[in-house]
Structures are given as structure tokens and as C-alpha cells.
Ligand binder design. Sequence first.
Ligand SMILES: Cc1ncc(COP(=O)(O)O)c(C=O)c1O
Length: 350
Amino acid sequence: MPAEMRSSTRGFKRYYNPDVGDAVRMDTNTNVLGSNPAATRFMKEFEGSINNYPNTYSDRLRDTLAELYGLDRENFVTGSGSDELLDVSFKTFTEWGDNAAVPVPSYTLYDYFVKMNGGSVSEIDLTEDFQLDVDSFVSSGSRIMIAPSPNNPTGNCFRQKDLEDLLSRFDGVVIVDEAYAEYSGEGMIRRVNEFDNLIVLRTFSKAYAMAGLRVGYAAACEDIADKMNRVKIPYSLNMVSEGAAIAALKDQDFLRRSVDLVRKERPVLAEGLRKLGFEPFPSDSNFILARSPVDHTCLVNGMKKRGVLIRDFGSKRRTENCVRTTVGTKELNDLLLDTAEDVLEDCRRG
Ligand SMILES: Cc1ncc(COP(=O)(O)O)c(C=O)c1O
């Protein structure tokens, strides 16, 4: 008899896992300046004892984060990517069968983490301009909700006053996922002590250029953070990744250069896409969502054949015929636009 999966996970498929080879990756919103230099230096020089367990709750990293944001160590929970903290949020604050309110469109894995923890998803459409429909979230009856700001794949931030409105009116936990907030500005992270229902998620995978080391964290008031620390898997952040993250936080110059590059190149790329017939949406992040002038599948497959990966959202509701690309360096953006121009011609020829 084949082993039966748990009912809540039975429909699960494997996550995005493209055959990358030596393709240029414009599909994962990572940092186009390459690996974080301070983190890389730390790893080269690392001589700690890997015979020992790491600190259970990554106290040194939490202290460094506390210093950076003017908060306390006990406001933080660390983990293996912010994906782990999403999982821990649902594990800590939802019962089997509870409902979670998730915006459409937004990050694909929200659905997965809700269902993995036995919950069901209430899909709440964003407005025409991809903003929060606050009333719909409030009246959803859900126990927990997610507001990614900037949102993925749309790229835009939600209005600060809508987030504040939600935090006061939503009867449950509000997760504000700030995976891309370094690109957009402050976000809510310094304000976690003002709200007893706010969890802010951050990552080292994007602007800090450390996706391969899997480091993420949650910030919240001490009560929420303590409850999450009690639930998360102890030692889930390994000691090399923790040390590398501390080194990266201490080199804010690299972060500034990364953010400056995106702010400079994003409008140039958007204009280039527009000239080719795409309709790019406004972005506060290091990526752009754009409606394709030809069939999305033909475009994405054609780009892949020519060695450039972009992400296809064209079959999903609200992002019909749309693709998402990371904002590159000038050279990468030129390559992307030149390749797209050739592929558009191929697709039109049929
Ligand atoms: C909105 C959003 N949240 C969370 C994540 C997960 O990031 P991490 O690498 O920290 O798990 C991503 C990654 O693409 C993302 O786009």
C-alpha cells in the first residue's frame, strides 16, 4: 500500500526548481551585485567549532539586529530564511482548520504554509492598483492575515495608513512581509512595539545578497516574539549563516550601493520594456512585473532558450499574461532587453 499523505498536504506539488545551467537569473529577485562581500569574507575566515551546536536562538544576530533597529533582542526570532518564520507564524498562532486571509496576487508560498499547517486560505483580491482592500480583510473572519509590502510579484508598497488601519481593525495577527523593504525605505519594523498583533518578516536573501545561506527573521512585540521562539525548531539557523549575517549587517555600505543601483536602473529598465510594447507596473522593489505584448509562455520559454530566466505569472488570476524580471545592472538590463526584442520577434512570427 503506498503511504498516504496527510489530507492537508495531499495536493502539494514541488516548488519552482528550474534547470538553471549557466543561464542568467533574472527570475529570483536576488542581488545583481553578487554575493555579499562581508559575509563571504566571514566564511573564508571562519574558524569556529562546528562540533558544537550554534546558539539556540542566534543571540548575537538578534543583538546586532536590535542595535540596527533600536529594538531589543527579545523583539526578534531568527530562522532559515523568512520562509521558516512564515511557517512558525502559522504554527504559533493558528489552530487546525483556521482561516488565513491572503492577498491576490501575492507570494506563492503563503498558500503552501497555511495549508501545511492545516489552515484554509481566504483569497482577498487587491484593488485595481494592487492596494489593500482593508474592509475585505477586516470582514474576512480570518484569524491571521498577510500583507507583503512591497508585494511580490506586483512590486508596489501598500499605503502606510491602510496598514495602520488594518492593525487596529483586524481581529487577529497581521504579518507584514518586508522581504524587499530595504529597497523601499523604512517599513513597519521599528514600530513593532506599538502593536500587539504585528509580525514583520525580513530576509537576508534579497538586498543583503545571501539567499544561499538561508537567513531570515521576524520582529514583533516581545510577547509575540517569545511565543514564536518557543515554537520554532531550535538551532534552525546554523552558526556559519548567523556569523555571515552579522558581518553583512555591519557592512551597510554594500547595502546602500545595492539599493542605489536599483533606484537608478529601475526606471531605465521600465522605459526599455515599455518601448518593446510591455506594460510595466510601478515598483518599489528590485523587480518589475510587466504585461507581455506576446503570449507569456512563448516569451518565457524563448528567453530561457537564449539563456535568460524570467518568471512567468501569466497563467495566474490578476496577472494574466504577465512576467516578472529582476532589475539588473546596466549590462544585465541591456542583455535582458536585447534578448526580449529577439524573442518577441520570434513569437510574433510564430
Ligand atoms: C515576498 C517574499 N517573502 C518571503 C520570501 C522568502 O525569502 P527567504 O529567502 O528569506 O525565505 C520571498 C522570496 O522570494 C518573497 O518574495
